[in-house]
Each structure stands twice: as structure tokens, then as C-alpha cells.
Design a protein around this ligand. Structure first.
Ligand code: ADP
Ligand code: MG
Length: 400
């Protein structure tokens, strides 16, 4: 992974400590194995997953790694090198949703979700470490859930598929931690493959690996982490979700996914005629438009015309900014500056109100674009952004 020295880089690719050594120091024995699960960045298809639409994420080189040993005495011991505090000790038969536990709720929630589904998970010692930036919209939480689910699947011989592990992680996050996320993050972490983006249909979880290797074409996909999170996020997510459901109800369709792009203009006229709120009309236009942009970009990737995807990314950003209204000044600054400095296209990615943007750029121009963004942030008085190359990487797997 090339890191752009001109800009501050968020996370080292290498892990800070060997998780097997940490495990031995913590628990006084060897782990049964080591597993890894990546963070992800979404190329296009934002706020489409709760409308049962399409998304196109890729796995990052940044991973959560877990050293794990099975236990059969009902104890669950959890440790992360990335947060202060020691080992969290819980009993698997006393795990209850929404009962706190801070960061440990993510892996504990996976144990809870597996047991809720009837799987005999009788305890574990887990030592975690991660290079996925947290709270940057790059799914550090899903990486934690998926690596835990994968390790327990192997150690307790549960026989679950990658998609079933993703569903388990989502259940943990929705019902145990209490965060209303869609299925994209966990599916990306569990199912992505190196050199590909994942075309996921969030209705039935059918998927296709779409070849995507920017470096082979002289291109770079930069991730720019703005390092800001605006508090607006949670309520805004629920409000957008409710607005989309209202739009589908007024149109008499189960989900916005069921509205074909060719019918969008007529549908918007129908909504206006039915007295729909202006925000509902904007949300419908964004969701149906972004679903269409996923298909457009896949067609371009399949045709080997990756450069032409750039303007579609920027269109997606304008839609998120103006129709869904989930961008923020820092994200807009990344997109505007990168495009002005010669990028092929750029968009915010993830839930918005901060977090990260993706920038598609000629590799020869990547350094200059990263520098231009960093300078614009400095001039605007923002903290330096993190910038790295989003090399499409492998999904979750066992390391040893
Ligand atoms: P994102 O998934 O976009 O990074 P979230 O808010 O969904 O942001 O998840 C971040 C949370 O996940 C952190 O606040 C922490 O509780 C947990 N988490 C992520 N990575 C780690 C880690 N390496 N160690 C401990 N907890 C982590
Ligand atoms: Mg998350």
C-alpha cells in the first residue's frame, strides 16, 4: 500500500503487536488459532441497503485480528490492544442485549447472537487488535464482529457460511449493541475478495465479485478520512429511513428498490401529486438514482472503463449532498478540492456527517491530489485528514 507522505496517514498496515504473543501474555496459554477480518469502503450505493437495494463495497487492507481459544466452562474473556482497560470477563449464559460493556459489546454480541440461534458456544478467550480506523465510516465494528464470528464458527465447528456469519454480526450490532446498521458492512468484511468489489443485492444477499484492480489500470482509489463526526448522524439516519419507507408506501411498492430507474420521473410526479413532503421526494430520487449508479459503475468496471466511473462517483456525491443531505463541509471540501486538483471523481462514503470520502485518481496524480486536500483542510482550519490507498483486499479468513 502506498501511503502519501504529503498527507497524514491514518493507520499503519502492520499490526502493533503479534496477537499470539498478546494472547499468551494475557491468558497464559497459546491461542487455538488467529483470524482476520477487514474493514471496508463503499464505492457506490449509499443509503440503499435499508431499501433492499444494491451496494458495491470493497475490503480494505486494514484488518481486525483475533487470537482465540475455545473454552467450555461458560466464561468469555475479551481484550483489545486498541482501547484502555484490561480483560473484560463475562458469562455466556448471562449475556443480555443493551447491557453496556462498551467496545466489548461487539464481540460479546456475536456470542449472544450465535447462542440465540441455537449454536453451542460455551465460552472463549479472545485477544483483539485492529488497524481499521474507528468511527471513520470504514466499518471497524463489522471487522470486529466478523472476525469473532469466524473464529467461533471454526472452533465450535458450526458450519456457517460467510453470509450467515455476516448476518450474525449484524444481529449482534442491531439487537445486542443497539446500532441500526444495514447488512452491507458485515457482508463486505466476510465476503469480499482481493482485486474485486462486491456487488451485493441486499434483498436476498445474492452477490457477485466484480473485478476491480485500480493499480493495474494506473489508477488509485484514495480514502480520505476527514477525522470528524458530526453529532447529527444518528437521528438523521432514522429520519432518512422513515422518509424512504414513507416514499415506498405512497408509491404502493414494498421497498424503493422496487422502483426501476426508468420509472423515477413518473414516480416523483406521483409523489408530488400525492402531497408528499419535499424531503421524501428528494430521498426517493437519491435512493433510486444511487441504485442505478451502482449498476452503471458495475457496467463500466466490467467493460474495463474504470476511468469513466469517476464522474458517476461525483454525481453520487452531489445526490448525497443535495437530495439526501447527509454530507458536511469537510466531505464537500474533499470532493471539491480533489476534483479541482485533477481527480477523476470523488464522493463521500458511508453514513456521512463526517467519516470518509473516496477519490478516484490517476496514480501519477495521487500525491498531488492528497496534498491539495491536506492543504485545503489546513487552510480551512480543519485537523489534517488521513489519506491512504484503498487496495481492494481479501475478506475474512484464518491466518493460522
Ligand atoms: P465504524 O464501524 O465506522 O468504525 P462504529 O461506531 O460503528 O464505527 O464502531 C466503532 C466502535 O467499534 C468503537 O467505538 C469501538 O466500540 C468498537 N471497536 C472498533 N474497533 C475496535 C478495536 N480495535 N478495539 C476495540 N473496540 C473497537
Ligand atoms: Mg460500524
Amino acid at each position: 500500500m502506498t501511503q502519501h507522505a504529503e498527507a497524514t496517514v491514518t493507520a499503519a498496515e502492520g499490526h502493533r503487536a503479534d496477537p499470539a504473543v498478546t494472547f499468551a501474555e494475557l491468558y497464559g496459554s497459546e491461542p487455538d488459532g488467529i483470524w482476520a477480518a477487514p474493514g471496508r469502503v463503499n464505492l457506490i450505493g449509499e443509503y440503499t441497503d435499508f431499501n433492499e437495494g444494491f451496494v458495491l463495497p470493497l475490503a480494505l487492507p486494514h484488518t481486525a485480528v483475533a487470537a482465540v481459544a475455545r473454552r467450555d466452562d461458560g466464561l468469555l474473556r475479551l481484550h483489545s490492544t486498541d482501547v484502555p482497560g484490561g480483560v473484560v470477563v463475562l458469562r455466556v449464559d448471562a449475556l443480555a442485549p443493551h447491557s453496556g460493556h462498551g467496545w466489548a459489546a461487539y464481540p460479546a454480541g456475536v456470542v449472544w447472537a450465535l447462542r440465540e440461534a441455537g449454536h453451542p458456544v460455551t465460552g472463549a478467550d479472545i485477544a483483539l487488535t485492529s488497524t481499521v480506523p474507528t468511527g471513520a465510516g470504514l466499518s471497524s465494528s463489522a471487522a470486529l464482529e466478523v472476525v469473532t464470528a469466524l473464529a467461533l464458527n471454526d472452533l465450535f465447528e458450526l458450519g456457517l457460511s460467510a453470509a450467515e456469519l455476516a448476518v450474525t454480526g449484524r444481529r449482534a450490532e442491531n439487537d445486542f449493541v443497539g446500532v441500526p446498521c444495514g447488512i452491507m458492512d458485515q457482508m463486505a468484511s466476510a465476503c469480499c475478495t482481493e482485486g474485486h468489489a462486491l456487488h451485493l443485492d441486499t434483498r436476498d444477499l445474492s452477490l457477485r465479485q466484480v473485478p476491480f484492480d485500480p493499480a493495474a489500470q494506473g489508477l488509485t482509489l484514495l480514502v480520505v478520512d476527514t477525522r470528524v463526526t458530526h453529532a447529527l448522524g444518528d437521528g438523521a439516519y432514522a429520519e432518512r429511513r422513515a422518509g424512504c419507507e414513507e416514499g415506498a408506501r405512497l408509491l404502493g411498492i414494498p421497498m424503493l428498490r422496487d422502483l426501476p430507474y426508468a420509472g423515477l420521473d413518473a414516480a416523483l410526479a406521483t409523489l408530488a401529486g400525492a402531497g408528499a413532503d419535499a424531503s421524501v421526494i428528494r430521498y426517493v430520487r437519491h435512493v433510486v438514482g444511487d441504485n442505478h449508479r451502482v449498476e452503471q459503475i458495475i457496467a463500466l468496471l466490467d467493460a474495463g472503463d474504470v476511468r469513466a466511473a469517476g464522474p458517476v462517483l461525483t454525481e453520487g456525491h452531489l445526490s448525497l449532498r443535495d437530495d439526501l443531505r447527509v454530507s458536511c463541509p469537510e466531505l464537500d471540501l474533499v470532493v471539491e478540492t480533489a476534483n479541482a486538483a485533477g481527480a477523476l471523481g470523488a464522493r463521500m462514503t458511508g453514513g456521512g456527517f463526517g467519516g470518509s470520502a473516496v477519490v478516484l485518481v490517476e496514480t501519477a496524480a495521487a500525491g498531488a491530489v492528497a496534498r491539495a486536500v491536506s492543504e485545503a483542510f489546513a487552510a480551512a482550519g480543519h485537523a489534517a485528514p488521513g489519506v491512504f490507498d484503498a487496495v481492494p483486499s481479501a475478506g475474512a479468513g484464518r491466518l493460522r
